[in-house]
Design a binder for this molecule. Structure first.
Ligand code: FUB
Length: 339
């Protein structure tokens, strides 16, 4: 079923003026995390399916079961599907909802980080390990101790440290935690209180656990004050991503119910980050989720929309566009359907 707000769209016209076309058309894919390994682009997306689960505010209709890895020799070349890299049936602790993953490489091994719900409906983050960037990956028997919520993104810093960023509110359950403890009674803070931020911690040497206590990231406004929970056009919702440009750390993320991709910058991978602006205006479909990677000096934005499925919010398609930082390091806002 297409969302009503997208029912009147002329998709032929929309696709003609779109910033880019779907990279994959033989299946639905979303939440693309892209990295360059040995000069080749590897994309780790969610694999969207129609599971017949009714829509609800928890996002249960996003009922994905496995991951495929895709690769491209260059941004201009064809996309290769490397098949199933990990299935929920092969993750001992996970019951359902294999949401947005990410991957990294260390000492010749590849690590796929992914969120999934346990049988008791609580999201945690798992790690699966492989010898090839294209998988397959073998899941660890337990989720990462102390992990919670969704949307893991791993940032490999120049000094050899790896940081895992995690978190999403509403269906992603981040609002249920305070000081990293779950309480069903917790909700998103009141509008005039500081917004919630994603969590971050360094990964251990074996990449299978947190090496230090989790911290919550703060995003500040132009006056150095934390963004408020009621500032829906700027506050953090889900989909963290970190890239480094000219020595600065850029945290980018989705604002969820206002459908923007935004960014904030810091001198430290732990923040605090200062809000910088918008990266991408709203796409067709409720969710927006992205990654940013550098390919031979070009900065590429990977994102998704629901244009191929004609507005079905949980049947998305990954896309790619070039991103530009100006002389001050500001990122220019992209319009997914320029006129
Ligand atoms: O794909 C399922 C969820 O939708 C992701 O985890 C969120 O970031 C949103 O894109």
């Amino acid at each position: 079923m297409a969302d009503e707000q997208y029912a009147d769209i002329d998709y032929d016209e929309l696709n003609q003026k779109a910033l880019s076309q779907p990279l994959v058309t033989h299946m639905y894919t979303a939440d693309p995390s892209a990295h360059v390994f040995d000069g080749k682009i590897y994309i780790y997306p969610s694999h969207d399916v129609e599971g017949g689960v009714p829509f609800n505010d928890n996002g249960d209709h996003f009922c994905m079961e496995d991951y495929h890895v895709f690769s491209m020799e260059s941004p201009e070349s064809e996309v290769v599907d490397h098949g199933v890299a990990l299935h929920v049936d092969d993750v001992p602790w996970a019951a359902r909802q294999m949401w947005a993953p990410d991957a990294t490489r260390k000492n010749g091994k590849y690590y796929l980080y992914f969120p999934a719900k346990r049988a008791d409906d609580i999201f945690q983050i798992g790690v699966a390990i492989g010898d090839s960037p294209a998988g397959p990956f073998k899941a660890e028997p337990e989720p990462i101790e102390g992990s919670y919520s969704i949307d893991p993104a791993v940032f490999a810093d120049d000094d050899g440290e790896y940081y895992l960023y995690v978190g999403g509110i509403w269906g992603g359950q981040l609002q249920k935690y305070r000081n990293h403890q779950y309480d069903e009674a917790n909700e998103e803070p009141a509008d005039d209180e500081p917004a919630l931020g994603p969590t971050v911690a360094k990964l251990s040497d074996d990449m299978k656990s947190y090496a230090e206590p989790l911290r919550e990231i703060k995003i500040l406004d132009e006056n150095g004050e934390p963004l408020k929970a009621g500032d829906h056009e700027r506050r953090y919702f889900e989909g963290p991503w970190v890239h480094k440009y000219q020595g600065k750390y850029y945290l980018s993320y989705s604002t969820g119910n206002t459908h923007y991709l935004c960014y904030a910058t810091s001198d430290s991978p732990y923040g605090p980050f200062t809000y910088g602006g918008r990266i991408l205006n709203p796409v067709v479909g409720w969710t927006t989720h992205h990654s940013i990677c550098e390919y031979e000096g070009r900065w590429l934005l990977f994102y998704h929309d629901s244009s191929l499925s004609k507005g079905v919010t949980h049947l998305r398609s990954i896309k790619m566009a070039e991103l530009h930082h100006d002389e001050q390091g500001r990122i220019a806002t992209l319009d997914p359907y320029p006129r």
